[in-house]
Design a binder for this molecule. Structure first.
Ligand code: RAT
Ligand code: ZN
Length: 434
């Protein structure tokens, strides 16, 4: 008898070939792959322990996260001025009292705190923070960091490194990063959109630039970037941009991006990450919590992807209204990698919507999430939440595929999850973080 191809209907009632899952087995297989696969956290504000104090961790830092500060001012009569005059510990107490004692912590950011406390078996419903403080004080940062990353199922953490931040320079000037779980990113906000306020910092480091980025400025900025690439070995370069970002235009941002940064990305063979859509400091009184969101004009992304085909772009957008358009552009440009559900997009319902939309339009050719963690232990709840959403979305996708006539195996699920949360990034950066 010759070889004939089997139609799914031929297999009805038959035992499935080894490795192929029944529709009923799909949810637990997806869950098991997601819980046993370590992810690469491709954008955070965390620091390796060797950076010392600028690496935030512990209950007081968790509670004073700016996502919680924004919620605090809605539920407390404390004014921003009164709040900023308090010590960190008193700020944390005030937030705990307002959001966790006097109110139910049902927002995503407040539930995150509860999930972290629970993960360490700490009380979640006390009126004070004594037990939590005692627990965190007893930790040593090296061991605690390893444990937290393991609890979060994260193998590598990508930092955000500002070459003009004097708090970071001691590490970079003294041999650089040694921790193999952490990786650098060259963040260029102060150069790309903050040039008028920061060009003199380059002058003070002996780069011959001027206020208008004219003359030798472009080649000097490239020399600056090259020096910092040497020190940091960044996985990519990055900038966050306002909703009003336009490209190309007559701005210094456009000039430095096209003439210095993108050529340097090509020279060092690294992608450029663009996070677009922030409306900075609409309420400066609440500081970091005072940024908002605006709809971006993605013509800028279209121009960049088309006019710079030899550059690879990682793009994340802050406005929900821009998400579908980004998927459409990713279908047009293979040098565009959508990533993450950034900041105000990182809420359960919106993450689910965006992730479904991306799978529907892009299959597995995108990077679903980054944590954006600023405080170490946040990775525990942020990645737990993401695994929950991905579990639902992938299960539904595989079940629909099964109903359409193609069965999936554990191997298929593992390959897809690896691609989404590991290898898409490794291929994009041409590097393999641990
Ligand atoms: O999500 C955040 O914490 C924001 O404040 C920003 O830092 C943003 O993620 C960024 O990288 O600009
Ligand atoms: Zn960030």
């Amino acid at each position: 008898m010759g070889i004939t191809s089997l139609k799914p209907s031929d297999l009805k009632g038959d035992p499935r070939p080894a490795g192929l899952l029944t529709s009923e087995q799909i949810p637990s297989a997806v869950e098991s792959v997601l819980s046993s696969t370590d992810f690469i956290d491709i954008h955070t504000h965390l620091f390796a322990p060797e950076f010392g104090k600028i690496g935030l961790w512990g209950i007081d830092e968790l509670l004073t996260y700016h996502y919680l500060e924004a919620e605090f001012f809605r539920s407390s009569p404390t004014t921003p001025e009164q709040y900023w005059a308090l010590s960190k510990r008193d700020q944390a107490d005030a937030i705990w009292h307002a959001l966790f004692v006097e109110n139910s912590p049902i927002s995503d950011a407040t539930r995150g705190i509860i999930a972290v406390l629970k993960a360490f078996d700490l009380p979640t419903d006390t009126t004070d923070l004594a037990d939590a403080r005692a627990f965190f004080q007893a930790q040593t940062i090296q061991q605690h960091t390893r444990r937290v990353l393991q609890m979060a199922g994260v193998s590598s953490v990508v930092m955000t490194n500002d070459p003009l931040d004097s708090a970071e320079t001691p590490v970079w000037m003294n041999g650089g990063l040694t921790d193999t779980q952490f990786h650098a990113v060259l963040r260029l906000d102060r150069i790309l959109w903050g040039w008028p306020l920061h060009w003199q910092l380059l002058v003070s480091q002996d780069y011959k630039v001027d206020e208008h980025a004219s003359g030798n400025s472009i080649s000097e900025i490239r020399r600056f970037i090259a020096d910092w690439c040497g020190r940091m070995r960044p996985l990519y370069m990055a900038v966050s941009l306002e909703d009003t970002f336009r490209f190309p235009d007559a701005s210094i941002t456009s000039k430095i991006l096209s003439e210095a940064v993108l050529p340097s990305c090509r020279e060092f063979d690294v992608p450029m990450s663009l996070m677009i859509g922030v409306r900075r400091q609409v309420n400066p009184a609440i500081r970091l919590a005072g940024d908002a969101v605006g709809i971006a004009d993605l013509l800028a992304v279209e121009h960049l992807c088309r006019d710079f085909p030899a550059n690879r772009f990682l793009v994340s957008l802050l406005s929900r209204e821009n998400q579908h358009e980004l998927c459409v552009y990713a279908r047009k440009f293979s040098n565009l990698m959508p990533f993450g559900c950034w900041w105000f997009m990182n809420n359960g319902s919106i993450v689910e919507e965006i992730t479904r939309e991306r799978i529907e339009m892009l299959g597995t050719s995108f990077i679903p999430q980054h944590s954006d963690a600023r405080v170490l232990e946040q990775v525990i709840y942020k990645w737990r939440n993401m695994r929950g959403v991905l579990g639902k979305v992938l299960t539904d996708s595989y079940r629909m595929l099964d109903a359409d006539g193609r069965r999936v195996s554990h191997h298929d699920i593992q390959r897809d999850v690896n691609r989404l949360l590991r290898t898409n990034f490794e291929k994009w950066t041409r590097r393999r973080p641990d």
